[in-house]
Design a protein around this ligand. Structure first.
Ligand code: SIN
Ligand code: FE2
Length: 232
């Protein structure tokens, strides 16, 4: 056995998890823990919402929002597009990431530097270090659009967290456990709120309740959501 230097405290033998700081950070005002490994950062990006929406517009000019079809043949009610090295799609053949937009045959637009920076800051604020996303799914919800309970599980690496940014009209976010049968909690997400989940919550089931009629000065009746991921 290697003798320890006096005054040096032995570190716990478990590996240092990325979410080790989670409990300390959770005590910060404006943070709400919704599960072990999952946290809402209230108003974290309120002041940057407008710049993020401009970046969404420039992505959508090159890769327009579209309503995709599930493998079961159901047309999703939220419209989606992507930016980054990989983009999430669904069609009759299944759910997966692609390096090109199937509508245009061209690579997805580059991940805006602002999105990479936002992902880094938000994940760090929730205790996840070194998160560098390579994919961003952008959802657009009109009144009535919803997203049924699902896991984000087409990524190769589940050690990286998911960073989810809400903009525009508020929505009710559902966040459950690792089993679909676990009844999810309901959380109201407003413009500028960010949800980060990873570690023990990485494969939690989540979804969005049908969007209510509303009006936001920057988005009108719509809600936008970015989910920043490490897909590759
Ligand atoms: C998602 O799970 O892809 C989006 C969640 C949201 O819109 O808040
Ligand atoms: Fe998701």
């Amino acid at each position: 056995m290697v003798p320890m230097k006096p005054g040096v405290r032995r570190r716990a033998s478990r590996p240092l998890a990325a979410y080790d700081l989670f409990a300390d950070l959770a005590a910060t005002p404006g943070r709400e823990v919704i599960a072990d490994g999952a946290m809402i950062l209230r108003g974290f990006l309120r002041d940057e919402g407008e710049a993020i929406l401009r970046a969404i517009d420039s992505v959508a000019a090159r890769a327009p929002f579209r309503r995709m079809v599930t493998p079961g043949g159901f047309t999703m009610s939220a419209a989606m597009t992507n930016c980054g090295r990989a983009g999430w799609i669904t069609d009759r053949r299944g759910y997966r990431y692609t390096d090109v937009d199937p509508e245009s045959g061209r690579p997805w637009p580059e991940l805006p530097a602002l999105f990479v920076d936002v992902a880094r800051r938000a994940s760090a604020a929730a205790g996840f270090r070194g998160f560098v996303p390579d994919a961003c799914l952008i959802n657009c919800y009109e009144p009535g659009a919803r997203l049924s309970l699902h896991q984000d599980r087409n990524e190769r690496d589940f050690t990286a967290p998911i960073v989810s940014v809400s903009l525009g009209v508020p929505a009710i976010f559902l966040f459950g456990g690792a089993e679909r049968s676990e009844r999810p909690g309901r959380w109201r997400l407003e413009h500028g709120d960010v949800v980060v989940w990873g570690g023990p919550a990485r494969l939690a089931f989540h979804g969005v309740v049908a969007l209510a009629e509303g009006k936001h000065p920057l988005t009108g009746s719509r809600r936008f959501n970015l989910t920043l991921r490490k897909a590759l």
